[in-house]
Design a protein around this ligand. Structure first.
Ligand code: MEV
Length: 298
C-alpha cells in the first residue's frame, strides 16, 4: 500500500474569470486529503466518498503506466466537500500520486498533474486547472490558464473562511457564467477587463502586505461576482455580517452559489470577527501556503 496527500485551496481573487483566461490569485490551505492505494483483484474500486474523481485519476495513471491489475483506493479528507475549497482537486491529485507511487515506486509529477486534471473533469465542467495546480504545487501565487501557477510569497498572515453550509456543484456555476457571457457578451467583456485590472492591483497589495487595499479589492471583486450571477442570499448575508463586524473586505471564494466566503481583518481583530461569525456559520482560520502533494506514511 502507498499513500499521498494534497491540500485544499482558497481563491483570493479572480475565480470564474480565470476560466476565460484572466489570472487569479490562489493559496493552499492547511487542510489535506489523503488517499491510500493498494493492489486488488480487478478493476478500480474506491471505498467511500469521492468515487468519481478518485477513480478517474487513478485509472489515468494506471493506463499511462501500462498497469492492468486492480486497484483499491480509500480517501481520508479534512477538506469540506462542495464548498469551494478544492476538495475534488485535492483528492484527484492525491489519488494520482498514491497510484503513481504504488505502480512505479515514485511520484511522477507531470503525470500526476495531468491525471488530477482528468479526475477534476469528472465533477466540473471546463475546469481552468487552478484547483489541481495549487493542490499539486502548494504554496500560493498567480495562476493563468495555459501557463500554470507562478509561486509568489504573499504577505498574508490569516484569512477567515466562513462556510455557509450550502453545497453546490462548481460545474453548474461555471455553466451559469457561460450562459451570462453568451446572453450579454459586451457586459461580460467589460467585467472581465475590470477583473483583470483588479487582480493585478490585488497581487501588488498582497506582495506588499497592504491589508486595507486587499480588503477593498475583495469588496470590488465580490461586486463583479454578483454581476455575473454567482452570489446568493446566504453569501450576501455572510459578506455583510463580516463587514459589519469590522472585516476589511469579504467575498465568495470558488464557484459561489453557496459554499464559502473569505474575509480579511486586521491581525488583532481576526479572533473576534471569526468568533462572532461562528454563532451563525462554521468558521475557520486555517493555515495558508502549505506544502503541495507529498507521499505520506500509510
Ligand atoms: C473553482 O474553484 C474555480 C472556478 O473559477 C472554476 C475553475 O477555475 O475551474 C469557479
Amino acid at each position: 500500500m502507498r499513500c499521498a496527500s494534497a491540500p485544499g485551496k482558497v481563491i483570493l481573487f479572480g475565480e470564474h474569470f480565470v476560466v476565460y483566461g484572466v489570472p487569479a490569485l490562489v493559496v493552499s490551505l492547511g487542510l489535506r486529503a489523503k488517499v491510500y492505494a493498494e493492489r486488488s483483484g480487478g478493476g478500480v474500486e474506491v471505498v467511500e466518498e469521492h468515487s468519481e474523481p478518485v477513480a478517474s485519476a487513478a485509472r489515468y495513471v494506471a493506463e499511462r503506466l501500462g498497469y492492468d491489475g486492480g486497484l483499491r483506493l480509500r480517501v481520508e479528507s479534512e477538506i469540506p466537500r462542495a464548498v469551494g475549497l478544492g476538495s475534488s482537486a485535492a483528492v484527484s491529485i492525491a489519488s494520482a500520486a498514491a497510484t503513481s507511487l504504488l505502480i512505479r515506486g515514485e511520484l511522477l509529477g507531470d503525470l500526476v498533474l495531468e491525471a488530477g486534471q482528468a479526475g477534476e473533469r469528472t465533477v466540473h465542467y471546463n475546469p481552468s486547472g487552478i484547483d489541481t495546480a495549487i493542490a499539486f504545487g502548494g504554496g500560493g501565487g498567480v495562476y493563468r490558464r495555459g501557463e500554470g501557477l507562478r509561486q509568489e510569497r504573499f504577505r498574508l498572515g490569516s484569512i477567515i473562511v466562513i462556510d455557509t453550509g450550502v453545497e453546490r456543484r462548481t460545474g453548474e456555476m461555471v455553466e451559469r457564467v457561460r450562459r451570462f457571457a453568451e446572453r450579454e457578451p459586451g457586459r461580460f467583456r467589460r467585467v472581465m477587463e475590470e477583473a483583470a485590472a483588479l487582480v493585478e492591483e490585488a497581487g501588488e497589495a498582497l506582495n506588499t502586505g497592504d491589508l486595507e487595499a486587499v480588503g477593498a479589492l475583495m469588496n470590488r471583486n465580490q461586486d463583479l461576482l454578483r454581476v455575473i450571477g454567482v452570489s446568493s442570499p446566504i453569501i450576501e448575508e455572510a459578506v455583510s455580517k463580516a463587514l459589519e463586524l469590522g472585516a476589511l473586505g469579504a467575498k465568495l471564494t470558488g464557484g459561489g452559489g453557496g459554499g464559502c466566503v473569505i474575509a480579511v481583518a486586521e491581525e488583532g481583530k481576526i479572533d473576534e470577527v471569526a468568533g462572532r461569525l461562528g454563532g451563525r456559520f462554521r468558521v475557520m482560520v486555517p493555515r495558508l501556503m502549505v506544502e503541495g502533494v507529498r507521499e505520506e506514511a500509510c
